[in-house]
Design a protein. Structure first.
Ligand SMILES: Cc1ncc(C[n+]2csc(CCOP(=O)(O)OP(=O)(O)O)c2C)c(N)n1
Ligand SMILES: Cc1ncc(C[n+]2csc(CCOP(=O)(O)OP(=O)(O)O)c2C)c(N)n1
Ligand SMILES: [Mg+2]
Ligand SMILES: [Mg+2]
Lengths: 326, 366, 366, 326
């Protein structure tokens, strides 16, 4: 198969699933005729028609609420929130209905909705276009949240999400949309399932946990560290909720040290849960406190300073060295 | 012409058929088989008696808070009775009378009222949605349901209920707009019962009527006397026909009144006076329909007495069954049911810990 | 009467004064001092030239994405010019022309476009609000502002801007409703430029006009030719008078067109054809106003040439100043400014760590 | 001064601040004529009139958005969300505007809004009325979040919140509204400031961290533990954001052990941040991993089972004993 960008890989997964399953429909702002402002839904309206690739009015709550209804009637809607920073206009539909409908009806209604939303900084965008607030969704019972770290993972995670009987929030690291290409093979070759983390690099000295757009930066840091004789094991979370904490803890029990990377703000961020789980699962082996390499507790600054905001390989490596020297 | 009136559809009608004394404009009375008329009446009475019983159960601590339907029975039964069984009923939280028409079991309602999630269980093939507590948010689901049905090649319509207060929510606006843009066969039934808890209709919005809000979406609106079961039914039938034949939504404003408290947690004397309530009691929807049925010879005193007895027994039996069921529902485990289709390993771990008397958190040694 | 039309205010007018050829219905042309007329024209031209310059800066990577105003200059200048300086301007993100009328410095806009938060700085006494990016959410702020002003004993009105797409948002609905219920002097200016990115007006909503949405709130609505600066101005003046004298809101729909891309990230050829754009170019708001001014002898070719030169210089100077300013803004520190009135100890700690080249997290030994 | 319930104490604080400062206004659903469905704003409309105690239409986003506008024009609005579970309908106004307006305008606009919302389980209420999702707000830069644990704290915290120049989310533990009375003295006597935790009980063996409705349960657990010879130091957080992590860490450096209690779900809950901070600030003194006593990762069940969901003194004591025996 071809070398694809993440945008192309997501587009491919959507097309394949729509071919496979008539119940899969796409809806959102500019997803149809325009093909999505990032071109993620490019050409889908041509193949599947405007009944299944639906340009909606500009109303996020409407998109989410209608998706909940569609799912209850047997479809598998894949709504797009144009940016995760605008998903808050539909937040109550996600919190109050999407996450709970199965539970509220004791299994009588299913809501297999996959809410796609680009998140994260790094593309020189306007305010609200660079958010990373995955915790809003990981702290919501009844919601699964996944974050691919490259084209291949995006393809297989999205397929898994669409086939999942429950609602999944699909965070797309927009900084990686066109950052690199990967050979995208048949999904059978990729054992990614929701709820499982993957070791992307073996190492013995320290466990480095990352996901999404921070994964390549963590890998880069690991390479730098290796030059200095520190072998970091890099774990790609892929799913944030439910968290594969056992995989992380198992690694830390071997390495004794852990650094977590994310672009979300530090306080009450995803790294807190990971740190807490590592402490719970590897306490006696821990040689140093878990270090969190994150955004600061501020909004992502306008784009001239967004790279200063974002963790980079240098800051990650710095944190790893501090952890080694604890 | 530099300054001219804009052309758009702005006609909205008001309909009333059965007056406060039980006299109808017979020309406008819809054709309804006698047994259905009586069934409608019985449903209204049952809903009211059910509330009265629930109020006692609530006051004695046996169930929690609930929202009485008292006064709105015609608005609900008049409209829901225009729907087919294969159509969708998308309620808010006060539609007990409509629920009874649709066949919802009083036992389920009581179990829900008693604080058990099991009371909310829905059969997979039922076309009733669960109670929606966040005001104004459920109408979008009705839109999504019928839009999906159409994509699946089915002709189903949905009727969704909400109050006057709900029209202020952004989701009402988005639902009306989506329904119109996508040509969705949804009947929006607004039960304007004059209050959103303590806030009167006049402070909720400044439009002269709620029905006229339909104009904002290019949708047909109509206002009816909501205590007049015939007007409600005729408007609903027209809306259902429009939904089926033209696949277009309708907004129906039923002008009615909540005769009781908002919920059992509410004390209406804080915000309205008895005089106003008394005035509306004169317009009681059950009484006027009963008079009309009597005059027609469809019910009589003895029949009503029997009906009341049956209803009392039915409700009593439902409560007994509910009490018995509750005895079987004491475990901590069900809390974890149906969060997902399959319990995740983490949830299984948390459940096990809680069943052992621990907190769900806790660690595993390394 | 059992079935009758409901009575409510449903009249909405359409107004146009200056036609595509620059001919006006002189009876309806508002009285405006000559210098203001020319200032209005200059503001329109400046906004368009500014966009053209910004497009070049964007294409060469010097600034980021922005939303061109091209085509909507009359809708903005015509309306904003009805406002007093002590009134409030509550924009969305495309109101460059209105900003220029209000005195916003091009340097600030450019600094913002270049990705510096410092470009969003507002003087405490300015009555302009910052750009609002989340579509449809800023109108509520206008309502709150004037409601507060009244409680403080001040008579201030607000004019808030938004697009056709924004009318689909729940917040539009809530803002209109609050404004009406609380008798707020807010002028809602909808720039119906026919598209919300790729979605055409016809798929945004099914109402024949956007102006008629006012009826849902008991508010006065009016539709104007949005490329006709006089119609825009007259409607805005009437709305401002209504706001000041009756403390009532108005919804103005300016029917206009976005001649350029949505933002620099957009390629409109994906969703509309050149023919349509060409048709609208005929209706260019600047050209027709220019013709009228020429015919009146208020501008001439030489004057316009000089004006264009001045504008070019002004924009060039602004960019130079911006470039110079940018050189001074490289530190990581300002990221922490103005999160709170006072930096919390934790933020101070994070800033110090980042200034030392570390991640904001990290520990302190026990 | 009198012995007041928390409802009365909040009512008192509102009345006092409204008397002191004409700019303070209240708005929300049923806050005026009705006096609030919990009677928190009782009689205020009589004293301050309907211009300052404003019954609004039923629209949470409207209430929040109008509050933002009012604040920018110089008022100090105290909007009420009738339940925290309905604040999500106004979530985007909080996230996209309230939390950022000062920052966006580089100090040009101030938005001193105090968003009051009852949260938490324990009053036999309907779905959505028992939520505890403080993390949604603690993970939001630009927002402060406080939670009183009794009438006295409620009074002084609310006064501090209203006087704060920045937006504060004020979480009211509705289970404590009428649970007990406290002598409410002049605010001068109460040194509670935003951002400071308080030690509610001294102890040497273990640090027990709680807030809101869980504080009384933690105190009860501490008493039980004392009977068994374990002396727990109980810290009442009072402010969750910004978190007084130094106070917690200082205590744990003395005790060596820590248990955190909250009713929010476990995963990505507030306890994660506290645990991570404790690890960071007291690593070398920690004798056991921080234990979190929380709600499970499900929605609060309907009220018949809400007490099973909620942490109670027994589960807290159990966790403390496990921590002691680690
Ligand atoms: C989003 C939301 N906000 C607030 C509430 C609290 N609440 C419950 S019912 C109600 C009033 C609803 O009024 P209306 O829509 O007229 O319906 P009614 O209760 O009169 O039938 C309020 C404010 C809620 N349930 N949901
Ligand atoms: C809440 C929200 N959703 C989506 C977007 C992305 N977006 C930016 S502008 C726009 C279209 C707006 O259309 P309209 O209101 O007509 O204004 P126009 O851009 O045409 O001036 C969209 C979808 C956004 N900024 N905010
Ligand atoms: Mg009502
Ligand atoms: Mg537009």
């Amino acid at each position: 198969m071809a070398e694809l960008t993440m945008v192309e890989a997501i587009n491919l997964a959507l097309a394949e699933e729509m071919r496979r399953d008539e119940r899969v429909v796409i809806l959102g702002e500019d997803v149809g005729v325009d093909g999505g402002i990032f071109r993620v839904t490019k050409d889908l309206i041509e193949e599947f028609g405007e009944e299944r690739v639906i340009d909606t009015p500009l109303a996020e709550s409407g998109i989410m609420g209608v998706s909940v209804g569609m799912a209850m009637r047997g479809l598998r809607p894949v709504p797009e929130m144009q940016f995760s920073g605008f998903s808050y206009l539909g937040f109550h539909q996600i919190e109050s209905h999407l996450s709970r409908m199965r539970w509220r009806t004791q299994g009588g209604r299913q809501v297999p909705v996959v809410v796609r939303m680009p998140y994260g900084a790094g593309v020189r965008a306007l305010e609200h276009h660079s958010e990373s607030r995955e915790v809003f969704y990981t702290h919501m019972p009844g919601i699964k949240l996944v974050v691919p770290s490259g084209p291949r993972a995006a393809r297989t995670l999205l397929v898994a999400a669409i086939r999942d009987p429950d609602p999944v929030v699909f965070f797309e690291p927009k900084a990686l949309y066109r950052a690199f290409r990967e050979e995208v093979s048949d999904e059978e070759d990729e054992p990614i399932t929701i709820g499982k983390a993957m070791i992307r690099r073996d190492g013995t000295d320290l466990t480095l946990v990352a996901y999404g757009a921070m994964l390549p930066r963590a890998m880069e840091a690991a390479k730098t560290l290796a030059d200095g004789g520190i072998e970091a094991e890099v774990i790609d979370l892929l799913t944030l909720s439910p968290l594969d904490h056992e995989a992380i803890a198992a690694s830390v029990r071997r390495t004794g040290r852990c650094v977590v990377v994310h672009e979300a703000p530090l306080s009450y961020g995803p790294g807190a849960e990971i740190a807490a789980r590592v402490m719970e699962g590897a306490f006696l082996k821990l040689q140093a406190p878990v270090m969190r390499v994150t955004g600061p507790d501020v909004n992502v600054p306008y784009f001239a300073r967004e790279q200063l905001y974002l963790p980079d390989a240098e800051r990650i490596a710095d944190a790893c060295r501090a952890t080694m020297n604890y | 012409m530099p300054r001219e009136p804009l052309q758009f559809e702005s006609r909205v009608e008001r309909l009333s058929i059965l007056d406060e004394d039980g006299k109808a404009d017979e020309e406008l009375v819809p054709e309804i088989p006698d047994d259905l008329l009586v069934r409608g009446y019985r449903t209204m009475v049952k809903a009211r008696r059910f509330d009265q019983r629930r109020l006692k159960l609530q006051r004695s601590g046996r169930i929690g808070t609930f929202a009485p339907v008292n006064g709105q029975e015609a608005a609900q039964v008049g409209t829901i009775s225009a729907l087919d069984e294969t159509d969708w009923f998308v309620p808010s939280y006060r539609e007990t009378a409509a629920h009874f028409w649709r066949g919802t079991d009083p036992k389920d309602i009581l179990l829900y009222d008693a604080g058990y999630n099991e009371g909310g269980a829905l059969a997979e093939d039922s076309r009733t949605l669960p109670l929606a507590v966040p005001v104004g948010t459920q109408m979008l689901h009705a839109v999504g349901i019928v839009h999906a049905a159409r994509l699946l090649g089915e002709e189903e319509i949905a009727m969704t209920y909400f109050g006057d207060g709900a029209t202020s929510q952004g989701d009402f606006h988005e639902a009306m707009n989506f329904a119109s843009v996508f040509d969705c066969p949804v009947v929006f039934v607004c039960q304007n019962n004059q209050y959103a808890i303590s806030v009167p209709r006049s402070r909720q919005t400044r439009s002269e009527t709620l029905a006229q809000k339909a104009i904002a979406y290019g949708v047909t609106g109509i206002q009816v006397d909501g205590n007049d079961i015939f007007a409600c039914h005729v408007a609903a039938r027209e809306a259902v026909d429009r939904a089926r034949n033209e696949s277009r939504p309708t907004l129906i404003e039923c002008v009615t009144y909540r005769l009781e408290m908002h919920t059992t947690a509410d004390d209406p004397s804080r915000y309205r006076d008895e005089e106003e309530v008394a005035k509306w009691r004169q317009r009681d929807p059950i009484e006027r329909f009963g008079k009309w049925l009597m005059a027609r010879g469809l019910v009589d005193d003895k029949g009503i007495e029997r009906m009341e007895e049956e209803i009392t027994d039915e409700i009593q039996a439902a409560w007994k069954a509910t009490e018995a069921r509750i005895e079987t529902l004491k475990d901590v485990g069900p809390m974890f049911d149906h969060v997902f289709a399959e319990l995740t390993p983490e949830l299984a771990r948390q459940r096990a810990r809680m069943q052992d008397g621990h907190s769900p958190g806790g660690w595993k040694d390394g």
